[in-house]
Design a protein around this ligand. Structure first.
Ligand SMILES: [Zn+2]
Ligand SMILES: [Zn+2]
Length: 333
């Protein structure tokens, strides 16, 4: 199991408890679909765990959860505390509910991360102001009203300067310089339709400010994530997880939303706020599904090899049997 978050590179907390993963204090699991996630304490995103012995792990987590205390639940999602762990049990949830839940946690984690920066910056600025004010004979008192805004602005600046991690930085087609993209540069990017790629993002050059390169696939997803995080931070207070979830639903799912935004070719910063948050969620979901698909293919390949070389491995048989049994259970069982 990895030790850091795939989305924000932050270190996981906890030791995984009954999951045996060795990391994680908040774990999410879906017995119905056989999924297990470690929830990042920093950004609130769900990190899918590797497929190997996932079923055993889920079973152990589910057993511990059944002995825990229910903190809150909706029809399909339950938050359960057991000892020092939080478990998020996911049923077979309609997208809206799950998205609301996941996005709510994500927005909260962001708010907390923001406060970690904003408070110290504000306090430091206050110290300076008080000193200046005293030197000026107390006539500048009114300026302290602006202090939280200064802290917020500095934090937004920090996030905006985050580098977009690309395997190889693109070269600008207009001015030929290497484009060192940071989150704030992505606000002028726009999604465009592309027959070959799920995601195609035209990015403008930090040097000449013209559209200089086309990113596709996981590069486009990386850039989108960083850029949308920055943009969605700037007016996050009015943003609600439920609105974004509804927006994705209204478009007919994450796939359709991405296609729709691509067809209109608007820059990210000119999208409506709800739509921008919805896009961020859609990109996340798509990435997660792609990752699931990759793991599934890998598992299938391994199964092929195993079937060809081993007549019948009792352990694999057992896992398959349990998987089939689970598949036959009604979702609420
Ligand atoms: Zn994270
Ligand atoms: Zn350029």
């Amino acid at each position: 199991m990895y030790k850091t978050c795939a989305f924000c590179s932050g270190a996981f907390d906890g030791d995984g408890g009954p999951s045996g993963l060795g990391v994680g204090r908040r774990l999410a699991f879906d017995e119905w679909r056989g999924r297990l996630w470690v929830v990042c304490p920093k950004c609130g995103r769900w990190n899918l765990t590797p497929l190997d012995d996932r079923l055993d792990r889920i079973e152990n987590v589910a057993r511990a959860a059944s002995a825990g205390r229910l903190l809150g639940s909706t029809e399909q999602v339950a938050l359960i505390r057991w000892e020092r762990y939080d478990f998020v049990r996911v049923g077979k949830p309609p997208r809206l509910e799950l998205a609301e839940w996941r996005y709510g946690a994500r927005l909260k984690a962001r708010q907390q991360e923001r406060l970690k920066y904003v408070l110290p910056i504000t306090l430091a600025a206050a110290g300076v102001m008080i000193a200046i004010n005293a030197a000026a004979g107390g006539s500048l008192g009114v300026m302290t009203f602006q202090l939280p805004n200064i802290g917020n602005a500095i934090y937004t600046g920090i996030v905006g300067l985050r580098r977009v991690p690309l395997a190889e930085p693109p070269i600008c087609a207009r001015c030929n310089t290497v484009m060192e993209l940071r989150a704030k540069h992505v606000q002028r990017a726009r999604l465009v339709p592309d027959s070959k790629a799920d995601l195609a993002l035209v990015v403008s050059c930090p040097n000449c400010h013209q559209e200089g390169a086309l990113l596709t696939g996981s590069d486009a997803a990386q850039a989108l994530r960083q850029g949308l995080t920055f943009l969605n931070l700037r007016r996050s207070r009015k943003r609600r997880a439920a609105d974004a979830a509804r927006e994705v639903e209204a478009s007919g799912g994450p796939d359709r939303l991405i296609k729709d935004v691509s067809r209109r070719q608007l820059t990210l910063r000119s999208l409506r706020p709800e739509r921008r948050l919805a896009l961020e969620m859609a990109v996340d979901e798509q990435e997660e599904v792609l990752e699931l698909e990759r793991q599934w293919r890998e598992a299938e390949e391994l199964a092929d090899i195993a079937d060809g070389t081993l007549s019948s491995d009792p352990q694999i048989e057992e896992q398959l049997k349990r998987l089939r049994e689970r598949g036959q259970e009604p979702p609420d069982a």
